[in-house]
Design a protein around this ligand. Sequence first.
Ligand code: SAH
Ligand code: F3S
Length: 481
Amino acid sequence: MEKIIDENKQGDPLVLKQKEGNTKKLFIESYGCAMNFSDSEIVASILQNEGFNTTKNLEDADLVLVNTCSIRDKAEQTVRKRLEKYNAVKRTNPKMKVGVLGCMAERLKSKFLEEEKIVDLVVGPDAYKDLPNLLAEVEDGRDAINVVLSKDETYGDISPVRINTNGVTALVSITRGCDNMCTFCVVPFTRGRERSRDPQSIIEEVNDLWNKGYKEITLLGQNVDSYLWYGGGLKKDFVKATEMQKATAVDFAKLLSICAETQPKMRIRFSTSNPQDMSLDVIKTMAKYDNICNHIHLPVQSGSNRILKAMNRLHTREEYFQLIDNIREIIPNCAISQDIIAGFPTETEEDHKDTLSLLEYVKYNFGYMFTYSERPGTLAERKLEDDVPEATKSRRLSEIIALQLEHSELRTKGYLGTTVEILIERASKKSSEHWSGRSAQNIVAVFPKENYNIGDFVNVKVTDCTKATLIGEAIGLSKSN
Ligand code: SAH
Ligand code: F3S
């Protein structure tokens, strides 16, 4: 098991409301992070204006797009398997075109066209607006590729048509790229330098979502706490901004408060926070506004100072504990979750024990845990030997997961007998008689449907729980409605 909770439905084809008059069929599926799922909505929106309606059936498609992930080797292997499947379908439908989007497109570039004969189109994360031109080339019988990374592309001007969603929760991207250069991570290479989206366009999207009935948004970025709008351009060029631009710049704490005040009934979440960039201002802003959810996803990767340094994570274990203490003091009921990598190069048993003791200290609500996967081109790949044997990595990962499960159970049990506010998102997967939703702390709860509806905020009395899910009964609508 790699993940305790799988947030995104990996590989589910996206489905848009059909646009009248569109005759071509698009099959688009996504792998990897929430940003990819958000990007696929942008892509489908662009293609809707080019005559494409989405289809769930691969066999019917005129165009098949796969939005790919490079974060670990396994993620890339999943995509290679999907390409084999497309290849089989193409034999019965030779007119079908296949395009690769996202991080693998950016990483492998034209190599994709050589390695995988099935691929007609390769488009990196900053080039989706060029899709209409690229498709025209493909129609003319040529392979097409655009993997240019951009200084300012944020897709702020594209209002994505929401797909596949429950009509209640939505993703809103606020930054693109990452400047952190963690030594294990391929993202800075595939998604380019960090840039932030105009707050005005973010607010317009949030208002539009509220007007369409959405009740919760997640502000998305590789490193949201680093958000900085000073009129456009790369984060690293902020030093060159004018005095006026500096004086009127909007940072993440400010953006959060603007969002919270613009739609005071909208629940606001964000992901992901890098500990080195999370400010006290952000924590205080969370405490100030009821509608900002008390949950922080705060990846730590390792509990060992030596490994943190080798990973180029720019904080120590002690500084991380200080941050956790500050969060708990300012927001006592804040849920905290983690990402951890087991078996980074040179990791010793001592280092691993430091990770376990860090887990003991924080007792996270939940987490996403992985074995280290060497990624071509990263600093770790160039400078360090991948020297922890796979069996050791796996054993350490199992120990980390087992401890995390204990803590998840402990945290979940802590809600027994309490009343939590739940936003109803969908019918429970296990029982059509039950609703499923999440608390502000991002804990899933299931309870009998009664007369409540999707999109209602309800108070749920927690009577029972599993390791990760609250079970209870609704005792009325909450005041948030
Ligand atoms: N800031 C990003 C992190 C992206 S990667 C975000 O928004 O989520 C997500 C997680 O994948 C990381 O936190 C890390 O735990 C894991 N990861 C990244 N590169 C990895 C690698 N080479 N091997 C194993 N896990 C990795
Ligand atoms: Fe990757 Fe580190 Fe950025 S994990 S996405 S380089 S914060």
